[in-house]
Design a protein around this ligand. Structure first.
Ligand SMILES: [Zn+2]
Ligand SMILES: [Zn+2]
Length: 368
């Protein structure tokens, strides 16, 4: 839709003025959106600068600590949220994706766990709206032995409850496919389709993780396997609903059902397959794909600079010219920044004899 001008017609004269059609955000201009999960440690707005310094034009973050139940207030102060939104606009980053807390399990048969999960997911939605996020990526949940259809109904019902009173604006919830570890749902696209069907009144979509897809048994490393997978996703959930791809190589083989991310080109999926995935006409942001669809890295940082190299690898694979791509800062890496501060923390702690030398905190770089 664009504001193409209609020829003037006198019969139009007294009609009420139509609602103005909001202009689509700049990140939906059909360009490749390449992002990476960045750290919010210290200052949440700092995650935006990290993404820009790594040469990304999109990003994913947690909006709170991902492995703890929040204590006390979980809202982001208005001033901090405003500063975050301003900085994001200044850097031209988009879309902004938030990944939900790992502890949330809307499929849990345990009553306390379920109530806690619904509340935490509600808080995720509130924080996402306040930060002006475009997407909130959520893992479906694990049935812990419950009947699959019951678990799916519980997830959908939990999402509906969590969404009560939330003014979504342009925010959309994306259900992420999984590798199918343990009793985790979402390794079959039929299950994701069922969740979407039962949450039809909510703004929903899908996040497709390449590592999870492969680990769940879809061989996206061959031309034929990729075609079949793309066709299956389109038939079951609709490719137009896949707004984000998590682009991760896999440390584990096809069908392992074990979720371990690897740097692009260093795992069982391999660089050649990523070239096909990123340049698949239906998966890209082009006319046969979806404008604004983002490719987000959740790769480990084993060596400082892995993050920057992964962003550059995606840029190279899609052939984004150096001129178009945002400029990465030479030598910048999240690992380097984090390492320094964790060393300082360790030294401080050692001086106080609080923790022994061996327990140097590990950089949190692994994401599911
Ligand atoms: Zn993922
Ligand atoms: Zn995830």
């Amino acid at each position: 839709m664009n504001g193409a001008e209609l020829p003037y017609d006198v019969s139009d004269e007294y009609r009420p003025e139509p609602e103005p059609v909001p202009a689509p955000p700049a990140w939906q201009d059909g360009s490749f959106r390449i992002g990476i999960h960045t750290s919010i440690a210290g200052d949440i707005a700092g995650s935006l600068d990290i993404a820009a310094k790594l040469g990304a034009n999109a990003l994913q973050i947690f909006s709170a600590s991902p492995r703890m139940w929040p204590r006390g207030g979980t809202r982001i102060a208005d001033a901090d949220a405003a500063r975050f939104r301003e900085r994001r606009a200044a850097l031209g980053l988009g879309p902004l994706v938030i990944h939900d807390n790992y502890l949330i399990n809307l499929a849990s048969p345990d009553r306390v766990m379920r109530t806690r999960s619904i509340q935490a997911f509600h808080d995720e939605l509130v924080r996402a709206v306040s930060l002006g996020a475009d997407f909130l990526v959520a893992h479906p949940g694990a049935g812990m032995g419950a009947e699959k259809s019951q678990a799916i109904a519980d997830i959908a019902d939990g999402m509906r409850q969590a969404a009560r009173g939330v003014k979504f604006g342009s925010l959309r919830i994306l259900v992420e496919n999984t590798s199918g570890m343990g009793s985790a749902l979402g390794s079959r696209f039929e299950e994701i389709a069922a969740i979407l069907e039962q949450t039809a009144e909510l703004p929903m979509g899908v996040c497709l993780d390449t590592a999870h897809t492969f680990e769940a048994g879809f061989d996206i490393t061959t031309e034929k396997g990729l075609e079949q997978t793309v066709e299956g996703v389109d038939r079951l959930v609709g490719l137009h609903r896949v707004y984000v791809l998590h682009v991760n190589d896999s440390k584990t083989p096809l069908g392992s059902r074990v979720d371990r991310h690897e740097n692009i080109g260093h795992g069982h999926i391999g660089r050649k397959a990523f070239g096909r995935i990123l340049n698949h006409p239906q998966l890209g942001p082009g006319p046969q794909g979806l404008a604004g669809r983002a490719f987000i890295l959740e790769t480990p940082i084993d060596k400082p600079g892995d993050d920057r190299r992964n962003v550059r690898a995606l840029g190279d694979l899609v052939g984004v010219s150096v001129k178009q791509a945002p400029k990465a800062e030479d030598g910048f890496s999240m690992a380097r920044a984090e390492k320094k501060s964790s060393t300082q923390r360790t030294q401080r702690a050692q001086r106080k004899k609080e923790i022994p030398r061996k327990t140097k905190p590990k950089a949190r770089t692994k994401r599911k």
